[in-house]
Design a protein around this ligand. Structure first.
Ligand code: SAM
Length: 523
């Protein structure tokens, strides 16, 4: 194999590895820092800054070293070593609890490997120039440097496509990072082998089966215990389950006081002990307000707690649209006390899809429901914030039957007063009957919902009316009662003040204020 070919292969391989790191880290850091343009902008500019610093620094240095091949190999090994600390650092960031410090650590962690990556092309250029000189073909150096750049970029294209489409979905983030490290080692190895076996074609022939072997080996590797250990550091309590799905990280911990607790992307969703307080107050005020809730749609709610409460009202059919199939299957296996077999009820249809997409298709098809419930994650990331906007609520309104009722969880008015106010204001833009509601959940603190309707007004129902509906439907609850119903609409003074803030705008697809308000409070 010629020196040139070895350099091009090494650059192709390392280019693919670089994109693997970039995509895995962008995804991991988006989970921690929020999938915002700010976080993406900072991460990408750190990558670019590292590349620029590396090119400058290694450009000069490579001219002075005697052995550029040795330097290139050492750089590849160093990048591979960085791959081992990047993911643990990204996963430990939630412990920091300060967005600015998290960002600083992320930037500092990213710089060493990106500086090394920036140095690869100048060092490879030096190697090519040396070879051209040896062959007396100095005039062709520009041409070969162009090929080198193409090989690196081509590797990047293949790496980026493979990471997004195949590697992360099938191998998960940890194994994909390990594969990146192996590619860097392979890149160094191509040059190392070429140095000892100048004419051997064996390494090229060996590279393909080796790569296949690596992927098969990675796939077979059981890394559950490594993942558990990484995640265990984040929580104070024992982690009993962890999984990185295509959409989010699911963790279940065992809390000494609150029992099994579900976290998505490090954010508490529910605990076995106090979830009835959250779910009963989300479901019954809306369901009881409807005289005959036959068809019900739940968007989100993959733990099954909301579904369990809805079924108590004797609907004819319930559709649960959950983005992440894994949440439902993990909840089915590990949180049976929450869903109590609700997923297997014959009246229930599970649909694994984006709630907004399903709603839009339903509106186009003229499908409607008596009650629609949003039991979604908080709007801390762009995609989920799209289910808290005016355009989304317009779809909800169109998908509700005459006299239909809608309710959504609306995050904590204590921690996120502006986000809560924006959800209320956004719904008021589409519905005439809109009521913010507040309750207390031990693990959440003060918690908010907003109910809206095309007809019935849950806030003006008499206690007697509610008692008779609960009796008719034979409903038993632990926390929600007909008398407690009225209390949900009595807001603390601080919440009234938050709702009156004239600066809080309606959230739209174009300007999802609710997302910015959540992120600002988290800083
Ligand atoms: N009780 C919760 C809380 O405190 O925020 C909400 C619980 S529930 C588990 C939230 C669910 O919404 C998650 O399982 C998540 O996968 C789902 N989800 C997020 N975005 C969604 C979307 N676009 N469509 C449907 N479901 C979605």
């Amino acid at each position: 194999m010629s020196v040139r070919r070895a350099v091009f292969i090494a650059l192709f391989t390392t280019g693919a590895a670089a994109m693997i790191y970039e995509i895995v880290l962008l995804r991991e850091l988006a989970i921690v820092l929020g999938a915002t343009e700010t976080a993406a902008g900072i991460i990408l500019s750190t990558f670019m800054a590292g590349l620029a610093i590396g090119s400058k620094a290694f450009g000069g240095y490579s001219e002075r070293v005697e052995d550029p091949t040795g330097l290139f190999i050492r750089m590849e090994l160093a990048i591979a070593a960085c791959a081992f600390y990047l993911l643990p650092i990204a996963r430990m960031l939630p412990q920091v609890h300060d967005w600015t410090v998290e960002l600083f650590i992320a930037v500092m962690a990213l710089l060493p490997p990106t500086i090394l990556m920036g140095g690869e092309l100048p060092v490879a250029g030096r190697l090519l120039a040396q070879e051209d000189r040896r062959r007396g073909e100095e005039e062709r150096t520009g041409e070969y440097i162009g090929y080198a750049y193409s090989a690196d970029t081509l590797g990047g294209i293949v790496g980026a496509a493979a990471t997004g489409l195949v590697l992360i979905p099938y191998l998960g983030a940890i194994k994909t990072m390990l594969l990146g490290a192996m590619l860097n080692v392979l890149s160094g190895a191509v040059l190392a082998v070429r140095r000892t076996l100048p004419r051997g074609e064996v390494p090229v022939m060996a590279a393909l089966p080796l790569a296949i072997l690596l992927i098969v080996g990675l796939q077979a590797m059981d890394i559950t215990s490594i993942e558990l250990q990484l995640v265990n550091r984040i929580y104070e309590y024992r982690v009993i389950y962890t999984e990185q799905t295509v959409y989010q990280r699911i963790d279940i911990i065992n809390h000494t006081d609150f029992g099994k607790s579900l976290f998505l992307n490090g954010q508490l969703q529910m605990t076995v002990e106090d979830e009835p307080m959250y779910h009963e107050n989300l479901i019954h005020p809306a369901m009881v307000a409807h005289p005959l809730p036959r068809r019900v749609l739940i968007i989100g709610g993959g733990d099954g707690g909301a579904l369990r409460e809805v079924l108590k009202h004797g609907p004819e059919e319930v559709t649960l649209v959950e983005l992440d199939e894994r949440v439902v299957s993990v909840a089915r296996d590990l949180l049976p006390e929450v869903n109590q077999g609700a997923f297997d009820d014959p009246r229930v249809t599970l649909e694994f899809n984006d709630g907004r997409y399903v709603l839009k298709s339903a509106v186009e098809a003229g499908r409607t429901w008596d009650v629609i419930i949003c039991d979604l994650s908080d709007p801390t990331t762009g995609p989920v914030a799209m289910l808290y906007t005016r355009e989304f609520y317009q779809l909800v309104k169109s998908a509700l039957d005459d006299g239909g009722v809608f309710i959504t969880q609306a995050t904590s008015p204590y921690w996120y007063p502006d986000a809560y106010a924006s959800i209320t204001r956004t719904l008021a833009d589409s519905f005439t009957v809109v009521h913010p509601m507040v309750t207390w959940v031990p693990t959440f603190g003060m918690w908010g919902y907003v109910v809206a309707s095309n007809g019935p007004d849950p806030a003006t129902m008499s206690t007697e009316e509610i008692i008779s509906r609960l009796r008719e439907r034979d409903i038993t609850t632990t926390h929600y009662t007909a008398r407690a119903h009225a209390r949900l609409f009595i807001l603390p003074g601080s919440v009234e003040t938050a709702l009156a803030n004239p600066k809080v705008p309606v959230s739209t697809d174009d300007n999802p204020f609710v997302l910015y308000a959540m992120q600002e409070e988290d800083d």
